[in-house]
Design a protein around this ligand. Structure first.
Ligand SMILES: O=c1ccn([C@@H]2O[C@H](COP(=O)(O)OP(=O)(O)O)[C@@H](O)[C@H]2O)c(=O)[nH]1
Ligand SMILES: O=C(O)[C@@H](COP(=O)(O)O)O[C@H]1O[C@H](CO)[C@@H](O)[C@H](O)[C@H]1O
Length: 317
């Protein structure tokens, strides 16, 4: 293992149980900081309410660690918005945030627009499809940020059980992580190879950093943020926290293939000189008389740093 990665692992890997919500709420108050929790959601009516309710009960009402809980809805067709609101979240639709910038599909768009729809100095992102969400996830993600000013961004690490038709197996989740993201980081950004879960959907950062990097649309957002924030603030400003175990709703292999295509586009855009990769991904379906090729466009776009949007809106002042 590279000495710098070994050192980073020792220095910047934390455990969620090192802090309590009450202690961090006191630290936040003493610093005069505020905290926003953002849940990007697309058709998550089955799970979003429980996550919002647990955050509100434990981290807003009992220990005032969280100042706002916002669900950013990417145009759900189910009752995500109503369920989230009933559980106590403020719900915004991506179509109504920065409407002059139009609407791009994908998770990254929801996270980029969340910066315009929230005000917390610290922003925590939590997927809305988690099963068995524990409020200590949020406490763990905020711990390093509220106790060490040198840290600007914290990613979750955890075991990732895989729910299969035969039941839940203790590991095997994080398929795109293991088959694409981890090999890519080790090959081209080895200084970031210490991240156990580079694609984890739970992470937190200082707004002042998050607003100075682009947000990749779709599923490239986590990979893009990791590379860009390391470039902006240095690897030592990044950290990871052990949250134990995380279970979520899984997508099909074909859907994860398209996710991988978007992450590869995101990675190649950050490897100058590697040329522009083709953005068409061909997948194959078995048909009664053979196989059918289905072409998917896995191109991604990028939204500019929010600071440039604010500057443009204020006429450059
Ligand atoms: O266009 C999208 C796609 C996904 N998501 C949300 O982003 C999170 C992670 O997405 P998903 O579960 O599809 O990815 P996975 O966890 O399977 O990698 C979930 O809360 C989704 O509802 C979203 O807000 N907009
Ligand atoms: O880590 C992964 O390989 C993927 C897929 O996870 P599973 O194989 O369905 O457990 O899940 C993550 O990747 C997405 C892209 O970065 C994130 O948006 C998700 O939040 C995260 O769950």
């Amino acid at each position: 293992m590279r000495p710098d990665v070994h050192r980073w692992l020792r220095r910047r890997t934390y455990t969620a149980t090192s802090w309590t919500a009450a202690d961090l709420a006191a630290a936040k108050r003493a610093q005069g900081s505020t905290v926003s929790v953002v849940l990007p959601a697309l058709d998550e009516e089955a799970t979003v309410g429980a996550i919002v309710g647990v955050i509100r009960a434990g981290l807003v009402d009992r220990d005032p660690l969280v100042d706002e809980v916002v669900v950013v809805d990417s145009g759900s067709a189910d009752r995500t918005a109503a369920v989230a609101a009933a559980a106590g979240a403020r719900v915004v639709d991506t179509g109504t945030v920065l409407p002059s910038h139009g609407r791009v599909p994908g998770k990254g768009e929801a996270l980029w627009k969340s910066l315009a729809a929230t005000s917390g100095d610290l922003v925590v992102f939590v997927d809305a499809d988690l099963v068995g969400f524990d409020p200590q996830y949020v406490v763990g993600l905020l711990g390093p940020l509220l106790t060490d000013p040198a840290i600007g961004y914290v990613k979750a690490l955890y075991d990732r059980p895989l729910t299969t038709t035969e039941g839940i197996v203790p590991s095997g989740g994080g398929r795109v992580t293991e088959l694409l993201a981890r090999p890519l980081l080790n090959a081209f950004w080895p200084e970031l190879s210490g991240f156990v879960q580079p694609l984890s959907g739970e992470y937190a950062g200082r707004r002042e950093l998050l607003e100075r990097v682009p947000f990749v649309s779709g599923y490239g957002v986590e990979f893009g943020l990791l590379i860009d924030l390391a470039g902006l603030a240095g690897v030592d400003a990044l950290a990871q926290v052990d949250l134990g175990t995380r279970q979520h709703a899984h997508q099909s292999d074909a859907a994860l293939g398209r996710m991988a295509g978007q992450i590869l586009q995101t990675a190649m855009a950050r490897r100058p000189g590697a040329g522009d990769p083709a953005s068409q991904l061909l997948q194959f379906l078995r048909t009664t008389d053979g196989v059918e090729a289905v072409s998917w466009n896995v191109a991604v776009s990028e939204r500019p740093p929010m600071t440039t949007v604010r500057a443009a809106a204020s006429g450059g002042r």
